[in-house]
Design a binder for this molecule. Structure first.
Ligand code: GLC
Length: 469
């Protein structure tokens, strides 16, 4: 299985390793010496999640263990009320190894206070939980997660994510630019990318909270209840297939009360025309976002694929999502898998949604660009849904270009033919995503630690919620 391309990707991945006091603790985002490197020389939590999966699936567990402990040490323990400091429980978006005045190495975290546009990460703690779960599953080292500081870290993440706020949805409120799409892109609110990751992280927490710790009972109960509510809300209200689309097309609006179909007061006029043809028979997906008077009809790949991995999508919905990717291969895979979102926003809408962001020009970067790091999640979801062959085809398409193109961060164009305009070369998660996808597709049985089966206890809770609301 170890092709020369796999070996090259692996070498690039190893070359990106960052050491602290002689120990490997993470991987830089990109090894690109072109000017304006900004913070690509740092270890990003979300980017490292992909490296972690590649390492763990290939028997390299030490770097992941060190990363997990480093993140716990860096997790914010500041009180809540100073808004210029990271809130308690937040895990850094990224960190770097620097030297103090005496030349001693120190770790400098960035919670968003230095990042372009000052974006704080909602996703870091969620990714940390997932990496920890995969680590524990692969090594069998449950004691590692049972350490008091790890249990405390889990509780702090849960407190931050589960606290009641002003909204009365089970979904997690997401400010602008606070996850992989870290720029203004109209993804504020309740984007599916984060709701699926949130669900996945809660499933991890349910497994990782030590049962013999009395402090954990209240957290375990809250997690179970939230999983049930999320299942109900996302499965019923985000799902789009042809029947649902047709029902929405004929929606009544301005309805008050409990037993109404159009709960969020979505105006049929807001359904974009492209969708009527694009949503093929036998296909379906979770909409990009849902809030008062708003459904974002764009297709977001990460959220839909993560929902398959976490069993937020049941097996029927998982197949429908994979059918959509298969039927719309030209749009979503094209010359390079996989578009982060489809379609691009353009014209006046682009001006309003992105703030005329030239990096997010139509069919570029987050706005309809393709991100090869997503190959890992495509492969894992493909295995879960029994669609390995489609994923192998996607991998073969990527293989034609990645090495020649120097493992770029992303691709541009409606069919993803161009190397991204401002893409970094030797982007680590591009290499790691490829390594992980190859490993998953060569040994599907190795994928179990990445996946979750449907939790019947949670489904029971979702059914009860459905009867209530
Ligand atoms: C860009 C991406 C972000 C990623 C970072 C480092 O800012 O939008 O998702 O984590 O680069 O690769």
């Amino acid at each position: 299985m170890e092709t020369s391309l796999f070996k090259k990707a692996w070498e690039h991945l190893e070359a990106s390793v960052v050491k602290y006091n002689g120990k490997p603790v993470g991987t830089v985002a990109a090894r690109d010496s072109s000017p304006g490197g900004v913070n690509y020389d740092q270890v990003f939590t979300r980017d490292f999640a992909v490296s972690a999966i590649a390492f763990l699936l290939n028997g390299q567990t030490r770097i992941v263990k060190n990363f997990l402990s480093t993140a716990v040490a860096l997790q914010s323990r500041e009180k809540h009320f100073d808004c210029f400091k990271a809130g308690e429980g937040l895990m850094p978006a990224s960190f770097k190894v620097d030297a103090d005045d005496s030349g001693k190495p120190v770790l400098i975290p960035d919670f968003g206070e230095k990042a372009i546009a000052r974006v704080a990460p909602v996703d870091s703690g969620l990714w940390w939980l997932y990496i920890l779960r995969v680590y524990v599953r692969i090594t069998g080292d449950r004691q590692f997660a049972k350490q008091p500081e790890f249990q405390q870290a889990i509780r702090l993440i849960l407190e931050l994510a589960l606290t009641n706020r002003f909204d009365m949805y089970p979904t997690l409120f997401v400010p602008d630019g606070s996850y992989m799409i870290d720029r203004r892109m109209g993804v504020y609110g309740y984007p599916i990318d984060i709701q699926a990751l949130f669900y996945l992280a809660l499933r991890c927490a349910r497994e990782l909270l030590a049962q013999d710790d009395a402090q954990n009972t209240v957290y375990a109960d809250a997690v179970r209840e939230r999983l049930g509510h999320l299942t109900y809300h996302v499965r019923n209200n985000y799902w789009l297939d042809f029947d649902q689309l047709n029902a929405m097309y004929r929606y009544d609006v301005e309805k008050y009360g409990e037993d109404i179909a159009n709960k969020f007061n979505i105006f049929p006029e807001s359904i974009p025309e492209w969708l009527f043809e694009w949503l093929s028979d036998g296909a379906g997906y979770f909409a990009g976002n849902l809030g008062p008077g708003r459904m974002d009809f764009r297709f977001f790949s990460a959220g839909n694929l993560l929902s398959i991995i976490a069993s937020l999508a049941d097996s029927e919905k998982a197949l429908a999502i994979m059918n959509l990717i298969g039927n719309r291969r030209a749009d979503l895979i094209g010359c390079m898998p996989l578009k982060a979102c489809y379609p691009a926003v353009s014209g006046k809408q682009w001006e309003a949604v992105t703030g005329s962001d030239r990096k997010n020009a139509p069919w570029s970067y987050h706005n309809g660009g393709a991100w090869p790091f997503l190959l890992w999640v495509l492969a894992a979801a493909g295995v879960k849904a029994g669609r390995q062959d489609d994923c192998r085809q996607a991998l073969a398409i990527a293989e034609k270009r990645l090495e020649n193109d120097r493992w770029p961060e992303y691709y541009d164009g409606q069919k993803s033919r161009l190397v991204g305009k401002y893409a970094r070369y030797y982007q680590t998660w591009t290499c790691a995503g490829y390594v992980a996808a190859c490993t998953i597709l060569a040994n599907p049985e190795k994928t179990a630690p990445l996946l979750f089966e449907q939790d019947e206890d949670v489904i029971g809770c979702a059914v009860r919620v459905g009867k209530q609301y």
